[in-house]
Design a protein around this ligand. Structure first.
Ligand SMILES: [Zn+2]
Ligand SMILES: [Zn+2]
Length: 338
């Protein structure tokens, strides 16, 4: 899951696959691939995927100049939590899967926080992730680890592709096909168009706080590094780990057509996203943990929004539906490529 274009792109040329419109007559392009989009993807990859790695190395080196303090840790934690909730609750559960309904102001706030994570504009992210669910671990999946062949080499190649490398250049899902509901939402499209501004704001805010707390430029740089680039690095690798490792390793309590897995040990760190097999089995569920004892901070926020009157239609799958998909005797089945 990730999205890598700043706004909405209506396809012009270069499609690779045809679908058909609702009336059955108009060919509709499901994905597009052209040099303009690939240039944007390369730029986004360098800025928001490679730069946080360099920024994290720089933050460690910068410790020699400015030791880390409570301010940096608070910035890292709070910015990680806010942007992470923006991704899992906003981008993923609300906008992609419509797993609950939210008041327009809450929805807009979640879209802005998700944008600050630097994982792409909301409309693109949603389109890419809906395509992931449509084609999971089959041709067309933007980031499957299971399509690069068997054997150690193929699996390592698959992991590298699904975790990171696919974002350099990939087919772009047609937002008219994959996100027609979102592009009709004018407020959301406005948020998506300002994507680069939100990411910049997410980097400048911790710099400002660092500068004010320490009353120095080195404090500002330290805030920028820890609350900005390191925070981005941590959240990205956790989210990408869902795409890569949790389509290969982990437990599989529910029947689903792809190779998704649960990684309960990462539940808190991923804000509930690591219940990935649960999620593929019940994509419309606002809870990924499905049970109260499975840690799912994203769902806790949805409950909090519901109690505050800012979210509603928060419905979990019925016991019968869950029981019907349960793989009783194969909880820790060995990983197999699909
Ligand atoms: Zn998945
Ligand atoms: Zn999903």
């Amino acid at each position: 899951m990730a999205g890598f274009q700043p706004a909405t792109h209506i396809p012009e040329t270069g499609y690779s696959e045809n679908g058909y419109g609702a009336d059955g007559s108009t060919p509709r392009r499901k994905t597009i691939s052209n040099s303009y989009l690939h240039r944007l993807q390369r730029r986004h990859f360098l800025l928001f995927d490679v730069l946080p790695i360099a920024g994290t190395a720089a933050a460690i080196a910068f410790l020699a100049v400015h030791p880390i303090g409570a301010t940096e840790l608070a910035l890292l934690f709070s910015m990680w939590l806010l942007t992470g909730l923006g991704i899992t609750v906003g981008y993923h559960r609300l906008f992609t899967h419509r797993a609950f309904k939210a008041a327009p102001a809450a929805a807009a706030a979640l879209a802005v926080l998700g944008s600050m994570a630097g994982q792409g504009g909301v409309v693109s992210w949603v389109a890419l992730h809906r395509r992931h669910h449509e084609c999971s671990d089959r041709d067309g999946d933007p980031h499957s680890p299971n399509l690069a062949g068997n054997g150690l080499k193929g699996r390592l190649r698959g992991l590298a592709h699904s975790h990171f490398l696919w974002m350099r250049r990939h087919e772009y899902p047609n937002v008219v096909h994959y996100a027609p509901d979102l592009i009709k939402n004018r407020a959301l499209v406005r948020v998506a168009r300002l994507y680069y501004y939100w990411v910049t704001l997410g980097l400048l805010l911790p710099a400002l706080v660092g500068g004010l707390v320490y009353q120095s430029w080195t404090g500002a740089v330290s805030g920028f590094l820890w609350g900005g680039l390191v925070r981005m690095f941590v959240l990205e690798h956790v989210i990408w780990g869902i795409n890569s490792f949790l389509h290969m390793f982990g437990t599989r309590p529910y029947e689903s057509r792809e190779n998704s897995r649960n990684g309960g040990i990462f539940a808190l760190l991923s804000l509930g996203e690591s219940w990935h097999n649960n999620h593929h089995a019940f994509p419309d569920s606002p809870s990924f943990g499905l049970r109260w004892y499975r840690l799912d901070p994203g769902y806790w926020l949805i409950r909090l929004l519901a109690v505050s009157g800012l979210a509603w239609d928060v419905k979990l799958p019925s016991e019968e539906r869950m029981a019907a998909k349960r793989i009783a005797a194969r909880r820790s089945a060995p990983s197999t490529a699909v």
